[in-house]
Design a binder for this molecule. Structure first.
Ligand SMILES: [Zn+2]
Length: 461
């Protein structure tokens, strides 16, 4: 056992209570396509997320959390394996999460946890390898972009909570919400969006919207953002219902609750709508909130406020699995993870976070018939700087996120010394990320799946 692990374990004993009969449960909530700056506690001007904000006020919130990839499959695979996309290889449309990967659900199941998952995206289904380790996996709400899935996800997840609460074993529940992903729905009772704007009624598919990209007016773009906010608020209600249910079942005092997202969304900041294509902040920076069993009350100590405890160090969701494990008393050093546990940071035992954040997007479609946009980009974030390299074109961009959070001024042409300093960091991060890469699994897409992915906006050049 490393000294830091020993310290953490001692702290945890104090937090959970010595000889606590049951290890803490884990509730992991992932809200798809939840851009950090559209969440209230991350500074959004609108009240889009009261439930998420409340969770943050009772917990620890990472102000600068980054996913490893700007779309669902590789990003979620990193969360549940502790590996970067270059290593887990579930990073293309046709790839599957390999059976040889060790997932959070498998680790917990093997430790005696009851495990259940509820997902609402086709990319996360059992056929894609994402049910590994789950005794129960509900994917009936993965029914495409038009389907309003939040009520179904909440109901199924609440049912699993009932079942788990009645059992003897600790549990791990993974609930994945999808509604903030386009196509957007105008929800009655939420009044962020008007009935329409310019040429838009709100019923447009993403393809229709992209066909209007070149001359979308500010009013029309604003309307799309308003609809997106409605979807977030609608999903937040589902999250609230699920958290209330956990509270009613008396689970809060012994359940670790983690909420995050797999990627953000772009609204033509770079000329495009959607995600998957770049590594700018609007796509890779997401909310990440950790509520310890019993809330902050039992932790005591520094940095607490009415808004909860806020950690400003940049962190990566590749750390999600080792962090969860350590927080529930399982030593993560016994497993092969590329992400390091942030439990010490969360518990206030250390103030140092991993120095380099790495993200990547890499489409290498197996079937060249598919009109998939090839994208090969890598990024690192260190201190205040972010470097993005486009492997297709060789272009390098550097941004000073402190002075230029919107990433508008590329410093690469004027600050060659910065490029010289950062490029080797990128190279070694990429080398480390590819260490021990698994044999990537591939499963050919059916016609129906191709159609559905097209409607999801993933199959466009
Ligand atoms: Zn997603």
């Amino acid at each position: 056992m490393r000294p830091s692990t020993l310290i953490t374990t001692m702290v945890l004993s104090a937090v959970w209570g010595c000889g606590s009969p049951t290890p803490p449960n884990v509730l992991l909530i992932v809200v798809d396509t939840l851009r950090f700056d559209h969440v209230g506690c991350y500074g959004h001007v609108r009240d889009t997320s009261p439930a998420v904000d409340r969770l943050a006020a009772e917990g620890v919130r990472f102000e600068r959390a980054y996913v490893t990839a700007p779309w669902t499959k590789p990003s979620v695979a990193s969360m549940i394996t502790g590996l970067y996309p270059s290593a887990h290889r579930a990073n293309q449309l046709e790839s599957i999460a390999s059976e040889s990967l060790l997932t959070l659900a498998e680790i917990l199941r093997d430790r005696g946890y009851a495990t259940g998952g509820v997902v609402s995206a086709q990319l996360l289904t059992a056929k894609r390898g994402f049910a590994q380790g789950f005794e129960i996996y509900r994917e009936g709400n993965a029914r495409g972009v038009k389907h309003v899935s939040t009520p179904g996800v909440t109901r199924k997840a609440a049912d699993l909570l009932d079942r788990f609460a009645a059992g003897e074993r600790p549990f791990f529940l993974f609930a994945h919400y999808f509604d903030p992903h386009y196509t957007y729905t105008d929800h009655s009772g939420i009044d962020f969006a008007r009935a329409g704007a310019g040429r838009l009624t709100g019923d447009e598919t993403v393809q229709e919207l992209r066909s209007l990209l070149a001359d979308l007016s500010q009013e029309e773009l604003g309307f799309l953002r308003d609809l997106y906010d409605e979807e977030i608020r609608f999903t937040d209600r589902g999250v609230e219902e699920l958290l209330s249910h956990a509270r009613e079942l008396g689970l809060e005092s012994n359940t670790l609750i983690v909420l995050t997202s797999d990627h953000g969304e772009e609204f033509r900041e770079r000329g495009w709508l959607g995600h998957t294509r770049s590594l700018y902040e609007e796509l890779i920076r997401v909310p990440w909130i950790v509520r310890l069993p019993g809330g902050l009350g039992r932790l005591g100590g520094s940095g607490r406020s009415a808004r909860g405890r806020i950690l400003r160090e940049p962190v990566s969701l590749v750390s999600l699995t080792p962090t969860i494990l350590e927080l529930i008393g399982i030593d993560p050093t016994g497993f092969w993870f590329q992400g390091q546990s942030l439990a010490g940071l969360i518990l206030g035992q250390t103030d140092s976070a991993p120095g380099v954040i790495f993200a990547e997007v890499d489409y290498r479609p197996g079937d060249r018939e598919l009109p998939i946009k090839r994208t090969h980009k890598k990024a690192i974030l260190i201190d205040r700087f972010k470097l993005i390299r486009d492997d297709e074109t060789g272009t390098v961009e550097v941004y000073d996120l402190e002075a230029d959070p919107g990433e508008r001024e590329n410093l690469a042409p004027t600050r060659p010394e910065l490029v010289d300093r950062l490029l080797p960091v990128l190279r070694s991060a990429l080398e480390r990320a590819a260490e021990g890469a698994v044999e990537g699994g591939v499963r050919k897409l059916s016609e129906e799946e191709v159609e559905r992915l097209r409607s999801l906006g993933y199959l466009e050049s």
